[in-house]
Design a protein around this ligand. Sequence first.
Ligand code: NOJ
Length: 568
Amino acid sequence: MKRKFAMAILLAAVACLMTARGNAQTKGVDTEGHAWWQHAVFYEIYPRSFADSNNDGVGDLKGITAKLDYLKELGVNAIWITPCFPSPQVDFGYDVSDYEAIDPMYGTMEDFDRLVAEGKKRDIRVILDFVVNHTSDQHKWFIDSKSSKTSAHRDWYIWRDGKRPGQPPNNWLSTFGTAAWTFDAKTGQYYYHYFYPQQPDLNWRNPAVEKAMLDVTRFWYKRGVAGFRLDAVDTLYEDPNLTDNPVLPGTDKFGRPNMDEIHNKKLPEVHDAMKKLRTVADEYGSVLIGETWTSNVDQLKDYYGAKNDELQMPMDLMMTGFKGLSADEYRKHIAAVNAAGHWPVYVITNHDIVRSNTRYADGVHNDDIAKMMAALYLTLRGSAIMYYGEEIGMENNDPKSKDDVQDPIGKLGWPLEKGRDGERTPMQWNHETNAGFSVAKPWLPVPASAITHNVASEMKDPDSVLSFYRKLLGLRHTEAALLEGDYVSTNEDNPNVLTYLRRYKGEAVLVILNMSAVEQKVPFELSAAGLREPKLEVLLTSFHKQVKGAFAVMPMEPYSVFIAKITK
Ligand code: NOJ
């Protein structure tokens, strides 16, 4: 039988309980059997935009190394660097022309080795981004493939005759707004590309391709890389018969018919490739993170592998598609993810998605919303992947006109599709020129809001988004219940407030998130805690007014956070 009780608590001097705590050291496996990556906080770095050490307007590896102390203090355990390999930069690095080198724009292999070594000193691991689906059209494999129908690498890519003269082999479309097939006049065939024409898809059905790609991972593991984020895994395989995709009603942002991409996405063979990549990763004790776009939890579950033999960390990108802030929607989703029985990987934004601080900002409570979202994804059971700048409340800075756009999809799809420049602008380090990113004109513009939202200023302000993140990450690394505890949802019928406990042994951490713009009175309904006569210690709030007194219900300010520890 459920036992309900209301608890009166005295809130006082919340701030004094919120002293910064040391970060847990990254370990092998803990007493609960959790590996280092299960408790780690991952931080995604878009290297073009993080820190520019040589002042050419584009970030670089030395810039990242110089900021490791900042990341360490923030509470980051691993950095995922988006592609920094040689590339013509058509897709800003996701068009790789050499998988085993560093693009001179970002530095040298020596700079990379130093970054790994300096990271190691600080217990910060380095994760690289492996573009498995395609190479650049400037990669030597493709240059050879294109040279003749009988070249050694011809079958490393997907070449086909047209259906009829002047007609592509089938109706598949590139997700980047063009046809998926480009005709090569020299050899009289079409090659397939799910992304830009300069990103030809590799033919993973060719064992030589598979071997070459597995060898690439070995090359980097030997250099000390702790794992990979695997790019675009959904599209690794295509139906060899090239069956047309069913056409759906309506058009996409580029004005083309919508398609049900059943013949060129999420083919079962993808899982064989994941298993092979995992076997190599296991040889080096490394972790695989997947760019796994799924429409439901069952699909996400598949990426862990039936025997847990695929990706350790398939990203749950589903929350990035939530249109508003609905406690019900989050509650249902989190329950489904937990019920699936795997270790979740929460992501709220990245370099392809409008920043969460922009998606949910209401112009009045922007910083409160940023703190509330932080408390959500950083107190749930699972691993968390931050995106650079979220911790200072960075918002999108979208191009104002088509002429300003850098991202090709923005040029093609303007104005419906503005491209991804807005979420990739330079990290805001201080309120000086170009937000301290570079003394040269940065490749993307810094927004006016950098005056207030930057590391240096926020570091000094105890109420800033950054100060909140630092305290929150401190708790995440030290509270056993946040590290190991199960997830128990409470106050389930409240549509505005998400409340849950992270319960571990004799204690629990209570998290209350007001997802609405008005104050909510939240009763302390803690029956799920199963604790008799609990005592409550406030760990962190985002309240503007200090709340003092005894409460049976918690008055939650708009978009506020309340985190407390409950002990016997
Ligand atoms: C997903 C990456 O995150 C995105 O930035 C890129 O454009 C595509 N994959 C193609 O590699």
